[in-house]
Every structure is written in structure tokens, then in C-alpha cells.
Design a protein. Structure first.
Length: 313
């Protein structure tokens, strides 16, 4: 019996690039005759012609499955929807924009089959074609999240990976609402081999990530996998408490020894503003965790499917 590889492809406004992408994966399938393929396109609430294109593909090729979400839920939700509906023995996640070269799947599959890995993941060795400021913040993000959490994220890691069924089942079991896939992949464990490749620029269309989207995505990632910021707030509180005790002591001694007025008003105001600032900052951090918990406890679905091909649900 032939093994089956499912390709999960989240698509958001990818009308320009989808035909090229499909042509590439068809080539890939032709080069791997010993396995059967399934292409799971997840239309993440696109406003352009992505869905009609995917429907056309599905009519012409029975290997194509699609799900269309009721609105734009974000790449993380689209990946989850795709993984839930992938039926292959092995599942790959790849972007529609050809930044993830489909031909690498051949090597990945070979490695999983022959070297006993559960997953082959990819990382970019450079960030060619990316704005330097974005690269800088991305690097800092990896440094911070690795320092604060007990999962190990690889700098430059992409979502592009091939996993075996066991690992996919473990990922699908994690049904948290605030999803940060890179963290979830690391958290579930399993033996992962890292493959490196040079960054490719998008074949067509535009990136869907603005600076602010990336910023909030990175905060989500840190909060999903680390509670260290919460611990930091209590440490900050303790430090200020001890400092204030020492200050009181200094003032009492000063008063007893030299007498006279202690500190001026302006100094008081500065201290007051400083402490209030720190307090609000710490409350803000706690608030962020409370809001995540709030959203998590509502147990809203991670995605809503509006339309799907017969095999999906
Ligand atoms: N994507 C998605 N939903 C979104 C944003 C992006 O499904 O809300 C898909 C997009 O269609 C693409 C992949 O996620 O297939 C990666 O997006 P993009 O290329 O914009 O990200 P970048 O490669 O710039 O990080
Ligand atoms: Mg891209």
C-alpha cells in the first residue's frame, strides 16, 4: 500500500501565486511515484479569487481538498484547520508563495524514511530580501523567547516541515485558542532534523505581515510559552519594597543626626511617577495574561468552516 503525503497550504489572498504553486507541487508528485499525494488548501477568508481558483483545481484534480474559513482567522488557525483535515501518513505544511521550495519534500521524506526521524523541519540560513529592521527584531525575539521559556526555538525556523502521523496527532490534540505553532512544534517534542536552505523571496503577491502584526505575534508567542514576565513583576515589586525600606532608614537616620527637612517636593514627584510607571507596567503584564486566559476560557472554536470539498469537514 502506497504511503500518502498531505500538503497543508494556508492561503490568504494568494490568487497571483496559486497557479505557480500548484504547478510546482504537481511536478513534485510526479517525481515521487512511490507515494500518493493530497493537497489540502485552506482558504483563510481571502477577499480575492483564491477560493474560485482552488475550487477549479479541485474539480480538475481529485488529490485536491479545500476548506474555506468564514473569515480571516490568521495563519495559525488555517494551519490547524489544515492539519485536522489532512489524512496522510505524513503531513507537510507549506506556504503558498513558493518561499518554501516544494522539491525539498523529496529529501525530507527520504530522511524520515531512512534516518528514523519523526519530523524534518526547515530553517533559513539567511534573511535575504527581508527589511533589516524586521530581521533585527526577529533575532531579538528568538533570543528573548529562548531565555524566558523552556522550549527551544531555532532562529530562522519556518513552519515548512514534514511530520509523521503520530506527531501530527499530538499537535492536533493541542486545541488552545492562542496558537503559536512554532512553540507547539517544539513543545510536543519528537525527533526533529533541521534542514537549512537559503531564503527565497515570494514568487508573487505580497507578504501578509505588517510590523505590528509581527510584534503582537511575537508577544503571543512569549506569553503562550512562558510565565516568566509574571515572575518578573513580583521580583520588581520586591526590589522596590526593599529599596523603600532602605530609603526610610536613611531618612530616619538623617533626620535624627542632622534634623531639618528631608527631601524636596520635586524629588517626591519624580519618585511617585517612577513607581506609578513601574506599577502600571507590571499591571499591564498581568492584564495581558488575564486577557489570554479570558479568551482561552471562552472555548471559542479556533476556526469556522464556511465551505469545503466533500472529503473535509
Ligand atoms: N496566511 C494565511 N492567513 C493569514 C496570513 C497569511 O493563511 O492571515 C498564509 C499566506 O497565504 C501564506 C502563508 O500564510 O501562504 C505565509 O504568509 P506570508 O507569505 O504573507 O508570510 P511571510 O512569508 O512573509 O512570513
Ligand atoms: Mg511568505
Amino acid at each position: 500500500m502506497k504511503k500518502k503525503i498531505s500538503l497543508v497550504v494556508p492561503c490568504y489572498n494568494e490568487q497571483e501565486v496559486l497557479p505557480h504553486f500548484y504547478a510546482e507541487v504537481v511536478k513534485l508528485a510526479a517525481q515521487m511515484p512511490s507515494v500518493s499525494f493530497e493537497f489540502v488548501f485552506v482558504d483563510d477568508g481571502s477577499q480575492d479569487c483564491t477560493l474560485p481558483i482552488v475550487k477549479d483545481l479541485q474539480r480538475a484534480d481529485r488529490r485536491v481538498k479545500y476548506l474555506s474559513l468564514s473569515r480571516n482567522f490568521g495563519k495559525e488557525s488555517a494551519i490547524y484547520a489544515g492539519l485536522k483535515n489532512a489524512s496522510g501518513d505524513y503531513v507537510a505544511i507549506m506556504d503558498a508563495d513558493l518561499q518554501d521550495p516544494p522539491m525539498l519534500i523529496k529529501d525530507m521524506y527520504h530522511i524520515i524514511k531512512t534516518e528514523g526521524y519523526d519530523c524534518v523541519a526547515t530553517r533559513r540560513t539567511n534573511r535575504k530580501g527581508e527589511p533589516p529592521i524586521r530581521s533585527f527584531f526577529a533575532r531579538q525575539f528568538y533570543r528573548i523567547i529562548n531565555a524566558l521559556s523552556n522550549i527551544e526555538l531555532v532562529d530562522g525556523a519556518r513552519d515548512f516541515r514534514l511530520m509523521n502521523r503520530q506527531m501530527v496527532d499530538s499537535i492536533v490534540q493541542i486545541c488552545e485558542y492562542n496558537r503559536f505553532s512554532k512553540g507547539i512544534f517544539a513543545w510536543v517534542g519528537y525527533k526533529t532534523k533541521w534542514m537549512e536552505y537559503d531564503n527565497h523571496e515570494r514568487a508573487a503577491g505580497q507578504t501578509k505581515w505588517s510590523f505590528w502584526k509581527l510584534y503582537s505575534y511575537s508577544l503571543d508567542g512569549i506569553m503562550a510559552f512562558s510565565t516568566t514576565p509574571l515572575a518578573v513583576t513580583s521580583v520588581v515589586g520586591l526590589v522596590f519594597f526593599l529599596a523603600s525600606l532602605m530609603l526610610i532608614l536613611v531618612m530616619v537616620i538623617r533626620q535624627l543626626v542632622w534634623g531639618g527637612s528631608v527631601f524636596g517636593w520635586s524629588f517626591m514627584i519624580c519618585i511617585l511617577m517612577f513607581i506609578t510607571g513601574i506599577q502600571l507596567f507590571c499591571t499591564g503584564i498581568v492584564g495581558q495574561y488575564v486577557s489570554k486566559t479570558y479568551l482561552e476560557t471562552k472555548r471559542r472554536p479556533i476556526y469556522i468552516v464556511k465551505e469545503f470539498s466533500d472529503e473535509c469537514s
